[in-house]
Design a protein around this ligand. Sequence first.
Ligand code: ZN
Length: 288
Amino acid sequence: MKGLPATARVLIALVALPTITLAQQPRGLKVFISVDMEGLAGVVTSTDVNASGPDYAYFRAIMAAETNAAIEGAFRAGATEVLVRDSHGSKQNLLPGDVDPRARLLRGASTGPKNMMEGIDSTFDAVVFIGYHAKAGTPNAILEHTSTGNVVDFSINGVSLPEGGYNAMVAGLYGVPVVFVAGDRAVVEQIRGLVGPIEGVAVKQEIADASLGLSPRQAQDETRRGVEQAVRNRARAKPYRIPGPYTMVLKVRQERPLFPGAQRVREGEFTFSSANLFDVLNAFNAMK
Ligand SMILES: [Zn+2]
């Protein structure tokens, strides 16, 4: 700029400034989607969601389609980043090429307590549950269980929790609210009962152990719309927090070896206490 008049140098300097200053820069909007299988449209028996089942490949494609509907809804609501956590069984159900390429996929079993919420941290703005199911012992529910078939009940500080309940607590540790749940009618009601009146889609309901449900395409359309709405209205949802310290009560059918620090209350019933939720989840995972 040597040789130019001073006013021209100032003008050039102003034009060269980044058009968006740091203070004005919109913060990214990050959405975390945890996807289980038992609560997907049409799923009714465990063989539907087991790799050896005759219709597993079909329901695996349904899983990808419902996931992609949620991803689309999130991006329509302004998401800048979406992380999908495959949350069923071996966590190897979603085939990477089947997932909307705008999202990143967290695939495979992980070590540590986060499990179905692996990858969550405080940079996220909203959590979405797809394909979720009610806790063990829930009446009028499809494929209800809590983590394994061995768990009779799992509670923290007296609150009996489904998978979506303790997963919501993990998100809550990072200040991130659950904004949407899709699954059968029982799990939608159960999650709302814990975290509040969030958006949800009941893709099916139990009728005498059978499943009456939406067509997969209808479930996907409603999920897309519901997730978009939920992410837009995320400020209305509150992070789910149960104040610590935490005491769990775990009731199981078959006892596992005692986790260090846990107590056996009676046959099939254990307690464990800690100020750290992850310690409690480690104890749960070891003895469930
Ligand atoms: Zn599952």
